[in-house]
Design a protein around this ligand. Structure first.
Ligand code: ADP
Length: 342
């Protein structure tokens, strides 16, 4: 009998680990090559469904040239916004069943994070990024269930810059302010206000937004009309600071400080997701403001999706490899050099 208990316990643990790994997904998206003077393209090969990707080092020849990576999926340069969102849909649905969902965009500045999350414009439906599509789905679903469940939706938006958290939707409140919303448009309007507040003090939008993280949190509370039971779920849309490594010799003073804070918080995020994927008993949430803010929404039953963005320019090769290494650590699959690939 004891034997049976042990088998069952093992099975339960095994399933838990599998489930948790299933709760962390990493999708890689390769930005199209944009023509320019003296620009060359990195040789990248991939199988989309399999999630395998091989990059060739432009400075090497022979067997050390190739590196193999594996993710849940790879989206090539020709993939559409709709295709990219397709696999995100079930996650959005799960929010109304009481799950917390975090969606991140990771990559160096110019690798397509904004394109994937927001899209090039909101005027044409085709262009819509993950943010717009996710919110649209969320509100459609709440409406379609409104006869059985009454939903309340609230939004918060903060920026994390140099390890300081700032509310982007109102001033002088100790905690991030919560704003009640009824539609996708309401959320977008708040996001625009947040975006405007984010640029205060910066000369250009890109100048600051690429060096701070922004977190949009959508909290859903549903009350079942019949049973009056309450379910809470949330969606966090996280636009991470550019992951580019800044060499010590290139910057000093304020810029160096910023770069150090960014490196610190991105690696803290990587450590937390890694610990969760491996079911480590200790998850190091306290090591950065970013992971502290997201502590209740990462881990447990929460679902995490990371879009890892790749810039195909040859002069971005070193950044590309460092991005891919981060992503493979986060996804818990480390393959190393693809010596036998060709
Ligand atoms: P990031 O937010 O990482 O700094 P952007 O999203 O601003 O990068 O992308 C950099 C440039 O590449 C922009 O001009 C953007 O329109 C273009 N771009 C990025 N991804 C795509 C894509 N999938 N298709 C077409 N153009 C893209």
């Amino acid at each position: 009998k004891n034997y049976q208990i042990i088998i069952e316990e093992n099975r339960r643990l095994y399933n838990e680990v599998q489930e948790l790994k299933g709760n962390i997904r990493v999708y890689c998206r390769i930005r199209p090559f944009l023509q320019g003077q003296n620009k060359k393209q990195t040789s990248i090969e991939y199988t989309g469904e399999n999630g395998e990707l091989v990059v060739a080092n432009p400075l090497k020849q022979g067997k050390d040239t190739y590196r193999l990576f594996k993710f849940n999926k790879v989206f090539g340069p020709a993939s559409t916004q709709e295709e990219v969102f397709l696999d995100t849909r079930p996650l959005i649905r799960s929010i109304l069943d009481g799950y917390n969902v975090c969606i991140f965009a990771y990559g160096q500045t110019g690798s397509g994070k904004t394109y994937t999350m927001s899209g090039p414009s909101i005027n044409s439906e085709e262009d819509w990024g993950v943010n717009y599509r996710a919110l649209n789905d969320l509100f459609h679903l709440t409406q379609s269930r409104q006869h059985s469940v009454v939903y309340e939706v609230g939004v918060q938006m903060v920026e994390i810059y140099n390890e300081q958290v700032r509310d982007l939707l109102s001033e002088d409140v100790p905690d991030a302010s919560m704003h009640s919303v009824k539609s996708t448009e309401d959320v977008l309007e708040l996001m625009n206000i947040g975006l405007m507040n984010r640029t205060v003090g910066a000369t250009t939008l890109n100048e600051k937004s690429s060096r701070s993280h922004s977190v949009v949190s959508v909290h859903v509370r549903g009350v079942d009309v019949k049973t009056e039971s309450v379910l809470r779920g949330s969606l966090h849309l996280v636009d991470l600071a550019g992951s580019e490594r800044v060499g010590r010799s290139e910057v000093t003073g304020e810029r160096l400080k910023e770069a150090q804070y960014i490196n610190k918080s991105l690696s803290a995020l990587g450590d937390v997701i890694f610990a969760l994927a491996h079911k480590n008993p200790h998850v190091p949430y306290r090591n950065s403001k970013l992971t502290q803010v997201l502590q209740n929404s990462l881990g447990g039953q929460a679902k995490t999706l990371m879009f890892v963005q790749i810039n195909p320019d040859e002069d971005s090769y070193a950044e590309t490899v460092s991005t891919l290494k981060f992503a493979e650590r986060v996804s818990g699959v480390e393959l190393g050099a693809a010596r036998s690939y060709k």
